[in-house]
Design a protein around this ligand. Structure first.
Ligand code: SF4
Length: 381
């Protein structure tokens, strides 16, 4: 294995607990009452896995750009939990001066006191899963918090002194009008937070939502409505000073999520915790999703794969096409794909940034079609 000490690493820490399971969600999490979460045990397991992975993958003193507590609902964990885990992490890596530490936060679980304590632990970014500020739509999504709770939680994080705050929105919900969406966008912007993610509701197979859609219990908006909503979101944020640095992510300059950029730029990350995915040195694997196995400290990995050159080329394109900075093209790609690139340029889908190719706002609407075409081109190479 090639040792790349200077190649920065992102660390993802998965918390597989939620108070309730949202019907559209296929993330690895189980509904658990707060008092039943084995917090201390889980912290000690994360620490044990971290020590194990640092040894196994020779990661000691590697430079670390981010720690991301994702889930599940990390905000269910106490400050004591974060303190123990963050302290351990710091002892193994060289942390970057701008180390970003994010906690994904469900508005139903946030308190001003917690935000204050998080800050003293070095946590410097809070990412809220607000999804909507409309109580009817929140109900449709099966969220366990109200619009008022989400507003209050965001304000409390700001009052506690957080400057790097993000808010997730979902659009394309049954019954959502353009006016409803406009209200959600306006409300989000009113907090003047520097980062917003806005995702179209996707139907993941195996979820209750998938069966509701199939049985006609839940109706998704028409394609044209969704396309218009995409445009509405992008136009609103871009006209008000948030730049679209990724297809679904908007930020004020300097507040782009460093952790997620590492994924989209196809760079290394280590995932610890049950169900966490890692990607390093051309390999990808996932720590077991079976909590019972994880709790036995078996460090059992699922879906292990060595990524061959062609797959790596496809994955790199698929991830980087989502970014406004675009994809760095090889000389061969640029030469061989010239007719297709010229065609896309004519359609107004891409812009040529010298050695990079980037999608325009119009191109983002055709991102999956363009990605499929790129895959076909790669297969022909
Ligand atoms: S709170 Fe988040 S992770 Fe938990 S079930 Fe809902 S969407 Fe999934």
């Amino acid at each position: 294995m090639i040792k790349m000490k200077n190649n920065p690493l992102a660390l993802y820490i998965h918390i597989p607990y939620c108070l309730e399971k949202c019907p559209y969600c296929d993330f690895h999490s189980i509904a658990t009452q707060k008092k039943e979460i084995p917090e201390e045990e889980y912290a000690s397991l994360l620490i044990a896995q971290l020590i194990h992975e640092v040894e196994r993958l020779d990661l000691r003193d590697r430079s670390l750009i981010s720690i991301f507590f994702g889930g599940g609902t990390p905000s269910l964990m106490s400050p004591k939990f974060f303190d123990a885990v963050i302290n351990e992490v710091m002892g193994h890596f060289n942390s970057d001066a701008d180390l970003e530490i994010t906690v994904e936060t469900n508005p139903a679980t946030a308190t001003f006191e917690n935000f204050k304590q998080w800050q003293s632990l070095g946590i410097n970014r809070v990412s809220f899963g607000a999804q909507s500020f409309n109580d009817i739509l929140l109900k449709k999504l099966g969220r366990n918090h109200s619009s008022a709770q989400a507003k209050e939680a965001i304000q409390e994080a700001l009052d506690a002194g957080f400057t790097n705050v993000s808010c997730d929105l979902i659009f394309g919900i049954e019954g959502q009008s353009f006016k409803d969406l406009e209200n959600d966008l306006e409300t989000t912007m009113s907090f003047e937070i520097p980062h917003i993610s806005a995702y179209q509701l996707t139907v993941e197979s195996g979820t209750p939502l998938a069966s509701w859609v199939q049985s006609g219990k839940f109706h998704l908006p028409q394609e044209e409505v969704l396309a218009q909503m995409h445009h509405q979101v992008a136009a609103k944020f871009e006209n008000h000073g948030w730049h679209r640095y990724e297809i679904s992510n908007y930020a004020k300059k300097g507040f782009e999520c460093r952790h997620n950029l590492q994924y989209w730029r196809y760079k290394d990350y280590l995932g610890i915790g049950s169900g966490a995915v890692s990607f390093m040195n051309g390999k990808r694997w996932r720590t077991t999703r079976k909590l019972s196995e994880y709790l036995k400290r078996d460090w059992f990995y699922e879906d292990e794969e060595t990524i061959n050159e062609k797959t790596a080329q496809k994955e790199r394109w698929m991830m980087s096409l989502r970014l406004a900075e675009g994809v760095l093209m090889t000389k061969q790609e640029k030469e061989k794909w010239k007719p297709m690139l010229l065609q896309w340029e004519k359609e107004g889908w891409i812009i040529d940034l010298d050695n990079r190719m980037a999608l325009t706002d119009k191109g983002f609407l055709f991102c999956s079609r363009i990605t499929q075409n790129v895959f076909a081109l790669i297969d022909e190479m």
